[in-house]
Design a protein around this ligand. Structure first.
Ligand SMILES: *Cc1c(COP(=O)(O)O)cnc(C)c1O
Length: 395
């Protein structure tokens, strides 16, 4: 649904310094060429199947379905290599960069998940890799820092500003301005300037294509509702895309409600009308959490992957069109989803994905007798420390 200039209705576009416009343009042209190139697509498909473990399973949740009075299926992105959907996009962009003749990948990372996916793709494709990461995040996310180093990536500490994700993005963009001849900037979600939002959606759309086939085969019908958590929004767009034309399928994105919408400690760009408004951030026009002067607001979520002040422009447009609807789950509701899925189904989800489960638990009366498909974006191994702290499992 993206225009050639990168607009989704009034959202999207290219809002970058003039020095970066040629890089975005070169990338857009290369992507247009590769998305139609049989050789590129078949290489991408092989990487997804032989390296990343696709197709991922579709799992029927017998126990939770009985409890909730609906029929619940999960699309199991937690089973993809490195434990989440992020690998789909990392492999797609790394391969594209290689076809463009680039030899080096750079990326920003907050919790380290996108850094690990990028380092993995760059090891597989034999490219150099530099990951920008705030010093506060380096301290908080040691295991992922070790993973990236093992995978051969160089982790570059960023000590400006709040020493977290948004500062790492600024440094990565600055690096790219100076290094674009050899370097591709591998962005992690459906965010940033054109062509990133549409391109990341394209690389993630394999999720929805597989899920559509699988659920038609397993259940003999399309789902009544699809629920996915929304940070930047790439796993949600990845599954929504294949169902956009099926008007009977409700598409539901779940944002991080943090400690509650009224507390302002959340990352719910759509659910908080006082703070979520269209604005421009990191190269794109979309819904951004901001104060009344337009300063980007700080966000809070128990899950690092949902803790970002903006949402991808395509989601802003789907919401305006009323094709998708957006709700939220608080930290506490996500923890309930986290425990329910673990105990009832034997699947420990990422805390991000647990927001989708928490949303279903909270609104279960809306889904009586419905066929519900949740995109389980990742696995929860990375969240065990948080779980111990929040649930109190260590005694
Ligand atoms: C990064 C991440 C997310 C959030 O990113 P989206 O672009 O919104 O999909 C969600 N779930 C998991 C497991 C993640 O690692």
């Amino acid at each position: 649904m993206v225009t050639s200039k990168g607009y989704f209705g009034p959202f999207g576009g290219i809002f970058v310094p003039e020095t970066l416009v040629p890089a975005c343009r070169e990338l857009a042209i290369a992507f247009q060429r590769c998305r139609k190139d049989k050789k590129f697509l078949s290489e991408f498909h092989s990487l997804l199947c032989e390296f990343a473990g696709r197709p991922t399973a579709l799992t029927f949740c017998q126990n939770l379905s009985k409890k909730l009075g609906c029929k619940l299926f999960l699309k199991r992105e937690d089973l993809a290599h490195t434990g989440a959907h992020k690998i789909n996009n990392a492999l797609g962009q790394a391969l594209l960069a290689k076809h463009m003749g680039k030899t080096r990948l750079i990326a920003e990372t907050g919790a380290g998940q996108h850094g690990v996916a990028t380092a993995t793709a760059s090891a597989k494709l034999g490219m150099k890799c530099d990951i920008f990461m705030g010093t506060v995040d380096i301290e908080r996310q040691k295991p992922n820092v070790v993973r990236m180093k093992l995978l051969g990536a160089n982790v570059i500490p960023v000590s400006s500003g709040s020493k977290t994700l948004k500062d790492a993005i600024n440094d990565a963009l600055r690096d790219w301005t100076a290094s674009v001849e050899t370097t591709h900037y591998l962005l992690g979600s459906v965010l940033g300037p054109h062509p990133y939002p549409g391109m990341v959606a394209f690389f993630q759309s394999v999720i929805g294509r597989e899920a559509r086939k699988q659920i038609l085969k397993e259940a003999g019908q399309l789902p009544d509702a699809i629920i996915a958590c929304v940070g930047g929004g790439s796993n949600a767009i990845g599954i929504f895309n294949a169902f956009l034309k099926d008007a009977s399928v409700a598409l539901i994105g779940v944002e991080a409600g943090g400690k509650g919408i009224s507390t302002h400690h959340h990352a719910a760009r759509f659910a908080d009308p006082a703070a979520g408004r269209p604005g421009i951030i990191h190269g794109t026009k979309t819904f951004v959490l901001q104060d009344k002067d337009g300063q980007i607001a700080n966000t809070h979520s128990i899950s690092a992957g949902l803790d970002y002040s903006a949402v991808g422009p395509e989601h802003s447009f789907l919401r305006q069109l009323k094709r998708a609807q957006y709700g939220f789950a608080t930290d506490g509701e996500a923890l309930e989803g986290f425990q329910a899925l673990s105990k009832e189904e034997g699947i420990i989800p990422a805390l991000e994905s647990a927001h989708a489960v928490g949303y279903l638990l909270k609104h279960k009366s809306n889904f009586k007798n419905k066929l519900v498909l949740i995109n389980l974006s990742g696995r929860g191994d990375k969240d065990l420390d948080t779980a111990v702290k929040e649930i109190g499992l260590d005694n």
